[in-house]
Design a binder for this molecule. Structure first.
Ligand code: NAG
Length: 239
């Protein structure tokens, strides 16, 4: 992607026209060149052994967050639960995101969860975000930029550092105790985590226009170190 931009720029420079025309040509080319490339994880089969650990940019010591990702799955509702994101310390599911058996989106910050009735996830890519703020407990889900109602959950709680981020499996211990019947099957990408609640308009812009890929301060998907265990394909996706 950066390579192609450079090529376009050199074409721009070599075109001998009046300056204004050159600028117009270059601007149009850059628009057509499209957006950024992000890594995408393909989980093609159900397993209790395929997963990816994600190394965050800083510890998950959080009194607020925005977690966003893009996903598609062909697993049908009412078939089973699916883990979407797991962050576990030794004894607690610190920040776990699920699609529940009945299709609701479930968030667990240690202990019982909070659930959101949303349109079903499916085989077309969905941009999914969840925001939480300890001060008020305000928790909301965004699906393709559209916001759910707000629920009050885990007021004055804190997400603790020292855990492991896992994509593809739900760990029932620090890194293990996986159940194939909860594993993620499908494609998941652009997983970013911020230590604050992003404005609605920023989340909507991200969903509407993949070109403006924003990256989190806690998980920055453009640089986060990923470690694959088992059969997970990492491909590049041009947004
Ligand atoms: C998988 O999970 C669903 C509910 O989440 C359950 O109904 C089903 O029996 C489970 N299947 C197996 C093989 O454990």
């Amino acid at each position: 992607m950066y390579q192609s931009l450079i090529n376009i720029n050199s074409v721009c420079i070599s075109v001998k026209m009046r300056l204004s025309a050159v600028l117009l040509f270059c601007a149009a080319s850059l628009t057509l060149a499209g957006g950024v490339s992000v890594r995408s994880l393909l989980f093609s089969s159900e397993s209790a052994s395929n997963f990816v650990t994600v190394q965050p940019q800083k510890p998950l010591d959080l009194s607020a967050f925005t977690l966003c990702l893009r996903l598609a799955t062909e697993l049908k509702m009412e078939q089973r639960e699916i883990i979407l994101f797991a962050y576990r310390t030794k004894y607690y599911d610190e920040l776990n995101l699920w699609r529940e058996l009945d299709g609701r989106i479930g968030l667990y910050l240690s202990g019982d969860g909070v659930f959101f009735q949303m349109p079903p996830l499916g085989s077309l890519q969905t941009h999914l975000c969840i925001t939480w703020d300890s001060l008020t407990g305000a928790t909301s889900v965004f699906m393709d930029g559209k916001k759910s109602l707000t629920k009050i959950y885990q007021k004055r709680h804190n997400v603790r550092s020292g855990g492991q981020i896992i994509i593809g499996q739900d760990p029932d211990e620090y890194l293990g105790g996986f159940d194939a019947n909860q594993s993620f099957v499908g494609e998941i990408s652009d997983i970013n985590l911020w230590s604050n609640v992003l404005p609605d308009t920023v989340i909507k812009a991200m969903a509407d226009n993949g070109n403006t890929v924003q990256t989190g301060d806690v998980i920055d998907w453009s640089v986060a170190n990923l470690e694959v265990t088992g059969q997970v394909n990492v491909v590049n996706r041009d947004m």
